[in-house]
Design a protein around this ligand. Structure first.
Ligand code: A3P
Length: 286
């Protein structure tokens, strides 16, 4: 069978979405001062932030949500599709990337573009990713959960090790251009997170608008919206009979998947890799 991944600066990427040309296009991309980037490690709440950003930037305009698929409203910097749609993006532009900080294009570093970095508890990421690998036919078969967890801890998965990604963005020297939020905060109180995002982006949204956006970005509404739930993607590529893209949408599903050995191993590897770091994690891992 054909190789499932291409390698780029040590990262594994699926060739269905990425090519050397698209990665070069990303490097040469001309970032504008008004651009906003959602940055995540895969399965941390990427499409959720893709849904939110244009709504906050437009002050709650719902039309694009009903007419443009999620991935074209907020395209991936590193994927092939960007070159095709870049001229059609609404202004100010919102983009998304899974790149670690050191792979961002030079024009990003010298711009005033802002970043919203979404972190999720890695125990829930590995579970979410395990199901995603079952449905996403362009990814490697995950094997058993135990096997997949080892791959995850060793970074033999999309975009490498979670700890490397988090470290790179926690050390990014972007001052007030970057805001850090967690998936768990979003689950707990989406309107509160939307108020923070709105302030960060210099929007002054009314409470009515905040609540309207929260309703449109709820798990239930997004799961029912064909422009957001990936049901438009051919089954050959994403088989939602195996597991839907919007799967559970909760914090703490790891408790239904980890046994006590797996928990001990997972916790010790992650803590060891973050030893001596100046930042602390927002969740306890044990
Ligand atoms: P689960 O598999 O745990 O349900 P990404 O977009 O980075 O690939 O992340 C996908 C994860 O985010 C999935 O987690 C998905 O259900 C969850 N998600 C997407 N939209 C959400 C929403 N509106 N509310 C809660 N979780 C959401």
């Amino acid at each position: 069978s054909s190789p499932k991944y291409i390698r780029y600066h040590g990262l594994l990427l699926p060739p269905s979405a990425h090519s050397m040309e698209s990665l070069e296009f990303a490097q040469n991309f001309s970032v504008e001062d008004t651009d906003v980037f959602a940055v995540t490690y895969p399965k941390s709440g990427t499409i959720w932030m893709q849904e939110i950003l244009p709504l906050v930037l437009s002050g709650g305009d719902l039309t694009p949500i009903q007419t443009i698929p999620n991935w074209d409203r907020v395209p991936w910097l590193e994927e092939k599709r960007l070159a095709l749609i870049v001229d059609q993006l609404a202004s100010p532009r919102a983009l998304v990337t899974h790149f670690p900080y050191h792979l961002m294009p030079p024009s990003f570093l010298t711009s005033k573009a802002k970043v919203i970095y979404v972190m999720r508890n890695p125990k829930d990421i590995v579970v979410s990713s395990y199901y995603f690998h079952q449905m996403a036919q362009f990814l490697e078969d995950p094997g058993t959960f135990d096997e997949f967890m080892e791959k995850f801890l060793e970074g033999r998965v999309l975009f490498g090790k979670w700890t490397d990604h988090v470290k790179s963005w926690r050390h990014a020297e972007l001052g007030d251009r970057i805001m850090y939020i967690t998936y768990e905060e979003m689950v707990q109180d989406l309107p509160a997170v939307l108020r923070r995002i709105s302030d960060f982006l210099g929007r002054n949204l009314s409470e009515d608008t905040i609540h309207k956006i929260a309703e449109h970005c709820s798990f239930k509404t997004m799961k029912a919206n064909s422009m957001s739930n990936f049901s438009l993607v051919p089954k050959l590529y994403m088989d939602s009979d195996k597991s839907p893209f919007l799967r559970k949408g909760v914090a703490g599903d790891w408790k239904n998947h980890f046994n006590s050995e797996q928990l001990a191993r997972f916790t010790s590897v992650i803590y060891k890799e973050l030893e001596g770091e100046s930042f602390s994690l927002p969740w306890s891992l044990d």
